[in-house]
Design a protein around this ligand. Structure first.
Ligand code: GSH
Length: 205
């Protein structure tokens, strides 16, 4: 299986963490999003022009959370994506929530504080940052409250839900994510950072 990715992409990283945890070997194909040739190659696989994309024979699969679930489903005996229906629904819930609410909110800060200057030369827009801060506060409060009484998002051990949700935090410092008021979220992030799957997928900056 080939994974079209870049080590600096949080969306690709959640797939790399899942693959590492599952012991699935992937043939990594790096996509430089700034290269027109790489973009063309990417768009042949994903009309959205986004990484990651998994190619497994005839299957071309985009959307990081769908790829994570596919990798788990094809791994016999895995426990990171529970077989129990209720537990699995709970994992799915946090993965959808991440893609719909948490990651886009954090992405505003990633773009404004980290990427925008590099890509466009423009400064951060305070109106956009205020909007991002509002959305982050709303989502982070939900996560923090949930984690006040738990070590992991679902059940007693790490699942795909944790790997999905934690990926955009890889730029916590660089993007100046406003998360200081969420101690349970930060404690969970510290726990994830201890995991081999996090450590083995941390890029050398
Ligand atoms: N919902 C998608 C998001 C993928 C995504 O936004 N990837 C970024 C890198 S983290 C990308 O390829 N951006 C290129 C672009 O926006 O042109 C997923 O989870 O796979």
């Amino acid at each position: 299986m080939q994974l079209y990715h870049h080590l600096f992409s949080p969306s690709a990283r959640r797939v790399l963490m899942a693959a590492d945890h599952l012991g699935v070997a992937l043939d990594l194909v790096e996509i430089n999003l700034a290269s027109p040739d790489d973009r063309r190659r990417l768009e042949e696989l994903n009309a959205n022009s986004r990484i990651p994309v998994l190619v497994d024979g005839a299957l071309v699969l985009w959307e990081s959370c769908a790829i994570m679930q596919y990798l788990a489903d094809r791994t016999p005996g895995q426990t990171v994506y529970p077989q129990d229906w209720a537990a699995r629904a709970d994992v799915n819930r946090w993965m959808f929530w991440t893609c719909q609410h948490f990651a886009p909110a954090l992405g505003v800060f990633g773009w404004e504080n980290m990427m925008k200057k590099m890509v466009t030369g423009e400064d951060a827009d305070p109106v956009e940052l205020a909007r991002g801060a509002r959305d982050i506060a709303r989502a982070a409060a939900v996560l923090d409250k949930h984690l006040a009484t738990r070590r992991w998002l679902v059940g007693e051990a790490v699942t795909l839900a944790d790997y999905a949700a934690v990926a955009p935090l890889m730029y916590k410092e660089q993007a100046r994510l406003p998360l200081d008021d969420y101690p349970h979220l930060l404690a969970w992030f510290a726990r994830v950072r201890e995991l081999p799957a996090w450590q083995r997928t941390t890029p050398a900056w």
